[in-house]
Design a binder for this molecule. Sequence first.
Ligand code: AMP
Ligand code: MG
Length: 489
Amino acid sequence: MTNSNKSKQAGWNLDNSYSRLPGSFFSVQKPSPVESPELVVLNVEVAEELGLDVDIVKNAAEVFAGNELPEGSEPIAQAYAGHQFGHFNMLGDGRAVLLGEQITPQGERVDIQLKGAGRTPYSRGGDGRAALGPMLREYIISEAMDALGIPTTRSLAVVTTGEGIIRETDLPGAVLVRAAQSHIRVGTFQFAANFTEKEDLKALADYTIERHYPELEEEENPYLSLLEEVISRQAKLISQWQMVGFIHGVMNTDNMAISGETIDYGPCAFMDAFDPSTVFSSIDRQGRYAYGNQPPIAGWNLARFAETLLPLLHEDEETGLKMAQEAISEFPKRFHSEWMAGMRAKLGLFNEEAQDKELIDILLSKMHEYGADYTNTFAALTFDQPEKTDLYGKPEFDRWYAIWKERQERQDETAEEAHELMKKNNPAVIPRNFRVEEALEAAVEEGDYSVMERLLDVLIEPYAHSPGQEEYAKLPPDPDEPYQTFCGT
Ligand code: AMP
Ligand code: MG
């Protein structure tokens, strides 16, 4: 069978619209073949959504590893820049290759990217490769995020390469096949603004609007509308992170997607005990990307995005700057209203009352004071089991609880309706760090993927509150041991 027929049968339907942007935005780059690819994880749900034939692609390790290109693929590495921990650098896909954009049976355009596909012109000193552990980690966390209802890139597959990669120790290599609405980042705009001409920046902005915000094409100032929409999607996204205790860990501007999806899972992790200063990443010594700093950092990143758009906002520089500043000043307000709406839902509140902020703040400050588990406290409140929280019997908790119950009774909805709202907004399970580690260890050390599969089975329905999830809601046996994550190397 020809490659063309084989690809068609597998369901590949690739376009390469990004390559029609000015040439500075990418480098033509084939994935570097690997020794002996083996498919270790396939996401059947994502494969089906993409229109791929599961029976065929489950034997497609060669394609997922980049050894064979599906028909229609014109592989590239994308150029971008970014502020890493506040410092501006030229970056780009140093270890990722975009195979193309799959046009799904529903007509959606989805980037198919191989992460760990070998060196590119943007690799700098790196080897272009990825280790199995971090790729499985991205797989688990991104699936959990999707199940929690949070916009995210998805993981289609993980293949091992049969090659070792050299880090501090020798690690098994892998390629993650990532599906995303796109890989256009704040850093892509920073690249355009800093290293290309105004017409290229305009081409990128027009492309982005057409791809992600087509409804803005008719607006009077589509670039201002783009800025406002990106701000509003990020306000929603970061609020959703805060609601479940997700800590991204490396919110550099190159890791913020213009589509509003969570992207680039490196040293990310979920918080157990509520504490705004929680940081897991070993390289984040200053706590720049701590849980409580995520909203202001998102605002900072969006200000960098706004700066890149200045030449397009208005021909008069001063006027453009004023527009950008006004748009940016909306972010904290937007975030706050998303956050309030999210927290009200977590507490089973349908309407708004002036005292709600205080009600929420008191609960969170008590949780902080007594080191209460964030997820399990809200889950216990959902089932009206205050005795199961770490706050039970603590000074003033009784009073808070009574005030909250009275607050619920003042609304028109019944207690049953409030309970249902809480069930949908308070997950029974999150990917607990020790559970993720246990799954990765079995897979990487023993080649045993059953631990990871069981974990995924539980994480895929976080709002089910089923008996089978209880085991996975438990805290680590040794919660005092500080958990550390490392960058996705
Ligand atoms: P990340 O921390 O994954 O967001 O990556 C930051 C930058 O480093 C991006 O430009 C990556 O492409 C690049 N990078 C990360 N790991 C490697 C690697 N092993 N080889 C080459 N480039 C890499
Ligand atoms: Mg990145």
